[in-house]
Design a protein around this ligand. Structure first.
Ligand SMILES: Nc1nc2c(ncn2[C@@H]2O[C@H](COP(=O)(O)OP(=O)(O)OP(=O)(O)O)[C@@H](O)[C@H]2O)c(=O)[nH]1
Ligand SMILES: [Mg+2]
Length: 203
């Protein structure tokens, strides 16, 4: 039997520069991780069916702080409350050295020590898989992940791929989760993965 899962409410709660200024880790958190411009903020908006909840831009480097959103979903009749955490992108070529250092200085301890993180959503541009920076991120998450956390790779902008290109990606990784914030492809499957990561912790 398929369950009826949907996000019914979403709101911005706070921005923080680092873990010390972040809100209390009192709710399960899903972090959106990936290169600048990969589509993190767009995915967050698409999952919530909101246009401008998180700021998006064609210019890389739009998201500068750690942004927390409170999300209310329902699984059949059961309410589930959790948070989405939109992060600044790394690897933005035009970022100054000090901006890159500030990313590492603030976000590395956040990702390592934030106990409420249940799921690392690693976004990868489906047209540009295997970029060195994405491989480094995968290794970084593998090194810090704890037993009560999950890691999930998400291939973004699937609307830009034709059938042949999608098949090629799926041949390389048969579990590849192809999503598009534009067409809505893969969003329902992703939402189930998100909720599973939260529910597993509770049982
Ligand atoms: N075609 C298409 N474009 C997308 C999709 N998702 C995002 N984009 C575009 O990609 C650009 C970057 O999107 P953002 O969501 O701001 O990316 P981000 O990862 O949050 O970027 P930073 O905040 O700079 O780290 C924007 O021009 C979006 O419109 C998608 O699924 N399909
Ligand atoms: Mg962003």
């Amino acid at each position: 039997m398929t369950q009826n899962l949907r996000i019914v409410q979403s709101r911005f709660i706070a921005s923080a520069l680092d873990i010390s200024t972040a809100p209390d880790p009192s709710l399960s958190e899903i972090v959106f991780l990936g290169r600048s411009n990969v589509g993190k903020s767009s995915l967050l908006n698409a999952l919530c069916a909101r246009k401008n909840l998180a700021k998006i831009s064609a210019t890389p480097g739009k998201t500068r702080l750690i942004n927390f959103y409170e999300i209310k979903a329902t699984l059949d009749a059961m309410p589930i409350v959790f948070r989405f955490v939109d992060l600044p992108g790394f690897g933005y070529a035009k970022a100054s050295k000090s901006e890159r250092e500030s990313w590492e200085k603030n976000l590395t301890p956040f990702l390592q020590n934030r106990v409420s993180i249940r799921l690392f959503l690693r976004l990868i541009d489906s047209r540009l898989d295997n970029l060195p920076q994405d491989i480094i991120t995968k290794e970084f998450v593998s090194a810090i992940i704890k037993a009560d956390q999950k890691d999930c790779a998400v291939y973004t902008k699937a609307d830009k791929l034709n059938r042949k290109e999608k098949d090629a990606l799926l041949r390389k990784d048969q579990n590849a989760l192809l999503i598009s914030s534009k067409s809505g492809e893969g969003l329902d499957r992703l939402l189930h993965i998100i909720i599973d990561s939260i529910m597993e912790q509770k049982v």
